[in-house]
Design a protein around this ligand. Structure first.
Ligand code: ATP
Length: 199
């Protein structure tokens, strides 16, 4: 069977920076966040389910999902959040498994911010955690997104805590230093995973 490596980490930890480098080394990346956006493209089956659940005014005039409005709805209403999850999670899972099956590199990376929260680690032989201190998450995420550090903090609070996440890791990237240091660790892990993939 194909070697699947789960890649996770909190907001702003450097998952994208890490997976971009794996991609440069020729590794296929399946990204749960990218899939979550793709499955609600205009005219998609999943988007029509969302519109059925939340009303047609959850769509913009161009037929795209009004993400800001949806975020507001699920932020203020737990039933709405549950309803959205029960539409999105099976659709994400289906597309994700399909992409994992199509992957042709020696091993494949499944990148998901909520890998543990959404039970996706069961598809992975190993889990790689990108780790930084919370202060670094706040700094990097707020300078990238130009949103308040309060907002970033509330996202951090909604994710699994650092200690628990680390306790579930098979491999850890320490991304507290510069990008050169990150890429070096990625390359080392790549060589390790190639060895494991050969079996
Ligand atoms: P999210 O979960 O929010 O998608 P992420 O884990 O994918 O975040 P990245 O987007 O890769 O995180 O990194 C967050 C920000 O920090 C980006 O602007 C990125 O360029 C920057 N960054 C990542 N690693 C480093 C590093 N080692 N040194 C400096 N900046 C970094």
């Amino acid at each position: 069977d194909k070697l699947i490596i789960g890649l996770t980490g909190g907001i702003g930890s450097g998952k994208t920076a890490a997976s971009d480098h794996f991609m440069k080394l020729g590794v296929d990346i399946v990204d749960a966040d990218v899939i979550a956006r793709e499955i609600v493209k205009p005219n998609s089956k999943t988007l029509s389910k969302v519109a059925e659940q939340f009303g047609a005014d959850i769509l913009l005039e161009n037929g795209e999902l009004n993400r800001a409005k949806l975020r507001e709805r699920i932020f203020t209403n737990d039933d709405d959040k549950q309803a959205l999850n029960s539409i999105m999670q099976p659709a994400i899972r289906y597309a994700l498994l399909e992409q994992l099956n199509k992957a042709r590199s020696e091993y494949v990376i499944l990148s998901a911010p909520l890998l543990f929260e959404n039970g996706l680690e069961k598809y992975c032989q190993r889990v790689l955690v990108v780790d930084v201190p919370v202060e670094t998450q706040l700094q990097r995420a707020s300078s990238r997104d130009t949103v308040s550090s309060n907002h970033i903090q509330s996202i951090i609070d909604s994710q699994i805590d650092r200690t628990t996440r680390l306790s579930k890791a098979d491999d850890v990237i320490d991304n507290s230093a510069d990008l050169t240091h990150l890429y070096k660790q990625v390359t080392q892990l790549h060589n390790k995973y190639l060895t494991l993939a050969v079996g």
